[in-house]
Design a binder for this molecule. Structure first.
Ligand code: NAD
Length: 499
């Protein structure tokens, strides 16, 4: 069986802790590789190498650092198919979806090519007699990132590309469920010209994460994953004096107004609810039709579309709409929640519980489910299911629909489908959720905007990518300089205005 490695100081390094985790092929249920789980000592060695490498890298001028990103973009395009294949093999998502995962990461790398512009400071000429004032954005030093299984290419790149182009060294602790693509990305960064030790991949679980949280040299931590772990990492990281940003779980509502184009809304819900088997933090997991008539029309449009969904392994190419979920435990969790929904009185309109795929009986496939008459007290409404399960909550009117999304503890993304500009504007203005779609079901902002939710979907102040990333991965230093006269005239003892 394949034994994966860490990527430390420019080389694949075998794990030394003796602890491993299984990496599955979710389509077949087979263990296809073992990934080493780093000890705190192994993490400390990587941090030491990173700290040494960062000194020279931080002194490279921004334009040259940006050129590494330019080359990296070329290499990502060159290896797109191989990256997507490796990603699908471990994650289970379809090949076109895996390419999208790489592509959305690549776009942030492209944005990072603008680093010389983003890192320019402010300058005030003659802030006082002979006095100039200027600010600069300087690298933090060694940064770390802890990433989830569901976007093993995109989210690592969202973190390490801005961190590195700002002059930091970066330690990536990817998900232990699909670690191969992050290792490939680290190799490609080096092929693009990044010096050894600036980007390292240390595989692991809680022990490696805790080693990151407690290491004095690490200055910042980026985390994306489930809310309980986000909360834990934010608390412990901050109390250790680090700069931390954590992005957590989601329960994204889509409001369907009576005037919406119902075919368009149904198509959008199919892609956003069932794409990637629902394993997206921006998936729509709750449909909120306004009025019973809207609800009935929507369900009528959804059912035949759901029944036509093709579920299968990525190796079936374009013929598959979504693949398996990531592990047997994830599958069990989804099916248990579905059962809870039935027990608590929701109507299971499309029941995928008996789904089985010939030839792939041991794979982690979950058939599509559709619930109607879900109410806010049910577990399937309050909890993140992270599977191909769409819940319909009927709202009596627009205010009730808005209130549902407002009152949910998560606030990652949301959407409204309507032809009414006034309703759309009102929704966008009043909703307490970070990313809003108007007739767009998955409103993931592009690289030059920022990505982030509100409420329990985020812990920290700055969003991912866009201008916020350059703020998160640098600190500001402001210099007040006086040249050349005045100082020779003797000391000044009072704290004065500069006039
Ligand atoms: P997860 O929280 O299980 O794992 C995320 C990372 O944390 C992994 O690297 C894992 O090794 C580590 N980890 C797990 N348990 C830990 C512990 N006890 N202590 C320390 N570290 C630990 O999340 P996941 O299942 O990989 O990813 C799915 C979750 O991520 C969903 O909740 C999804 O909504 C969320 N997500 C959020 C966003 C966003 O931007 N808000 C994006 C993608 C995914």
């Amino acid at each position: 069986m394949q034994e994966l490695t860490h990527y430390i100081n420019g080389a694949h390094v075998a794990g030394a802790s003796g602890r491993f985790s299984n990496v599955y092929n979710p389509a077949t249920g087979e263990v296809q590789a073992k990934v080493p789980l780093a000890s705190a000592d192994e993490m400390a060695q990587a941090v030491e190498i990173a700290a040494a490498a960062q000194v020279a890298w931080g002194a490279v001028n921004p334009q040259r650092r940006a050129r590494v990103m330019m080359k990296f973009v070329d290499l990502l395009n060159r290896d797109m198919d191989a990256l997507a294949e490796a990603l699908s093999r471990e994650h289970g998502k379809t090949l076109p979806d895996a390419q999208g995962d790489v592509q959305r990461g690549l776009e942030v790398v492209e944005y990072c090519i603008g680093a010389p512009q983003m890192l320019k400071g402010d300058f005030t000429d003659s802030a006082g007699p002979g006095i100039d004032m200027y600010s600069m954005r300087q690298a933090l030093g060694v940064c770390a990132g802890i990433t989830p299984f569901n976007f093993p290419a995109m989210i690592p790149m969202w973190m390490f590309a801005p961190a590195i182009v700002c002059g930091n060294a970066f330690i990536l602790k990817p998900s232990e469920r699909d670690p191969s693509v992050p290792l490939m990305l680290a190799e490609l960064m080096e092929e693009a010209g990044l010096p050894k030790g600036v980007l390292q991949v240390v595989n692991g679980d809680k022990e490696a994460v805790d080693a990151i949280l407690d290491h004095d040299v690490i200055q910042s931590i980026g985390f994306v994953g489930s809310t309980p772990i986000a909360e834990y990492i934010y608390g412990r990281g901050c109390s250790n004096g680090k700069r931390v940003q954590c992005f957590g779980g989601a329960k994204n509502h889509m409001i369907i107004m009576p005037d919406a184009d119902m075919d368009q809304a149904a198509d959008a819900l199919i892609g956003a609810g069932y794409g990637a088997a629902g394993e997206r933090c921006m998936a729509i997991s709750v449909a909120v039709p306004v009025g019973d008539e809207t609800a009935d029309r929507l369900i009528e449009k959804l059912v035949p579309r759901i029944e036509k969904l093709k579920v299968g392994p990525y190796t079936s190419g374009q013929d598959v709409d979504y693949g398996p979920v990531v592990t047997a435990a994830a599958k069990d969790n989804i099916l248990n929640l579905v059962q809870t929904g039935v027990d608590q009185g929701a109507t299971l309109v499309v029941d995928g519980r008996d789904f089985s795929l010939q030839g792939y009986e041991d794979g982690f496939f979950v058939g599509p489910h559709l619930f109607d008459n879900v109410t806010p007290n049910m577990d399937i409404y309050t909890k993140e299911i992270f599977g191909p399960v769409l819940c319909t909550v009927r709202a009596g009117n627009y205010e009730e629909a808005l209130g549902l999304a407002m009152d949910h503890e998560y606030g990652n993304g949301t959407a409204i489908f309507t032809r009414d500009g006034d309703a759309a504007r009102d929704f966008a203005n009043r909703i307490n959720i970070g990313m809003v779609g108007i007739n767009v079901p998955i409103p993931v902002p592009l690289a030059y905007h920022t990505f982030g939710g509100w409420k329990k979907s985020v812990f920290g102040d700055l969003n991912q990518h866009g201008p916020d990333a350059f703020k998160f991965y640098t600190r500001t230093k402001t210099v007040t300089a006086r040249w050349p006269s005045g100082i020779k005239q003797g000391g000044e003892f009072n704290f004065k205005a500069m006039d």
